[in-house]
Design a protein around this ligand. Structure first.
Ligand code: DOR
Ligand code: ZN
Length: 369
């Protein structure tokens, strides 16, 4: 028995186990229903194909606006929200939390409208050309200072895809260079701006967020907690492990796992589940994105278990994001069971199929329906 298991058994025996606890064999874990603070659900038939998986596990999700064309105005966001609600399984209480896609032309007035809409919870910054559907992204972050000023005074969070796009910067360094070149100056121009550095992938990003003031937080994906960049190249090129920011060295994965499982409320769950049809992944120029909505919590549970920190999963998955967004914590609960199962080779997706992360491989935890 590990020291961690012994500690939990002692807590149960002495009646000090937390409500969100474990049975004695740690074969079951019940936590407050979580939220996904970074999610791509696309639109149309693709939306209908992927949304039920998220609605099954999560109460709410921050919906990314990188559609084609992107969600740029409050009207766009409200229409998209309605399409999401229409695509939900009957009886689902899932709540989409909308975002706007920041462009060079976003106005401070649109920010005020967003804040007043009740449904737009954040503004997403993509550097132009950084990733999937980012052609409308910001060409120079300083062009948005009037918008940041409005966001800072209203308290509307800015969600950052924190990578530079300069072709001469090594792809594995793009997050760190973004922090040095753009994020540190942005924070000094707008010290009270509420910022989420999305899908962090490096020890330097974790360090930056740890040292920053309490208005700065980060989301972490399951793939960046479970895999290093070796996974992309294991026995050949594996497109389903390719996402942006790209997986990094093992030392970075270890640093991310450390902060995610530390109980620090600056770090919370954001899957970045990003569905791409099989034929657009298994091709000569593969799109970036890992599909994890199907088994998101099971993946996170495995990562937290590997660190002996299952007791920290609930804060990360169910509390800290809601607290950062100043939204109420959820009330219901979900249960994960220790049970082996095999991730399907593919799931249904329009005109093709969708390959989940770790397709055909074993999982150790199973979401109890
Ligand atoms: O891997 C990614 N996929 N990173 C992103 O930033 C975008 C996303 C997508 O939309 O497919
Ligand atoms: Zn994303």
């Amino acid at each position: 028995m590990s020291p961690r298991q012994r500690q939990i058994l002692t807590r149960i025996a002495t009646g000090t186990a937390r409500r969100a606890g474990y049975n004695q064999r740690m074969s079951e874990l019940t936590i407050t229903r979580p939220d996904d603070w970074h999610l791509h659900v696309r639109d149309g038939d693709a939306l209908k194909a992927v949304l039920p998986a998220t609605a099954c596990q999560f109460a709410r999700a921050i919906i990314m606006p990188n559609l084609k064309p992107p969600v740029r105005t409050v009207d766009d966001a409200l229409e998209y929200r309605q399409r999401i609600l229409d695509a939900l399984p009957i009886g689902s209480a899932f709540e989409p939390l909308m975002t706007l896609y920041l462009t060079d032309n976003t106005s401070p007035e649109e920010i005020v409208r967003a804040a007043m809409s009740g449904h737009v919870k954040a503004i997403k910054y993509y550097p132009a050309g950084a990733t999937t559907n980012s052609d409308f992204g910001v060409t120079d972050i300083r062009k948005c200072d009037a918008v940041f000023e409005a966001m800072q005074s209203i308290g509307l969070p800015l969600l950052l895809h924190g990578e530079v796009t300069d072709a001469e910067v090594d792809i594995f360094d793009r997050e760190q260079v973004f922090i040095e070149k753009h994020l540190i100056p942005l924070v000094s121009r707008f010290p009270k701006l509420r910022i989420v550095l999305e899908h962090i992938t490096t020890a330097s990003a974790a360090k930056f967020v740890l040292a920053a003031s309490e208005n700065i937080a980060a989301t972490i994906t399951p793939q960046h907690l479970l895999y290093s960049r070796n996974a992309i190249f294991k026995g050949g090129l594996r497109p389903h492990f390719y996402c942006l920011p790209v997986l990094k060295r093992e030392e970075h994965r270890v640093a991310l796992l450390k902060v995610a499982t530390s109980g620090n409320p600056k770090f919370f769950l954001g899957t970045d589940s990003a569905p791409h049809a099989r034929n657009t992944k298994e091709t000569s120029c593969c799109g970036a994105g890992c599909y994890t909505a199907l088994h998101a919590l099971e993946l996170y549970a495995e990562a937290f278990e590997s660190a002996g920190a299952l007791d920290k999963l609930e804060g990360f998955a169910s509390f800290y994001g809601a607290d950062f967004y100043r939204l109420p914590r959820n009330t219901g609960s979900i249960t994960l069971k220790k049970e082996n199962w095999t991730v399907p080779e593919e799931v249904t997706f329009p005109n093709s199929a969708l390959v989940p992360l770790r397709a055909g491989e074993q999982m150790r935890w199973r979401f109890a329906l």
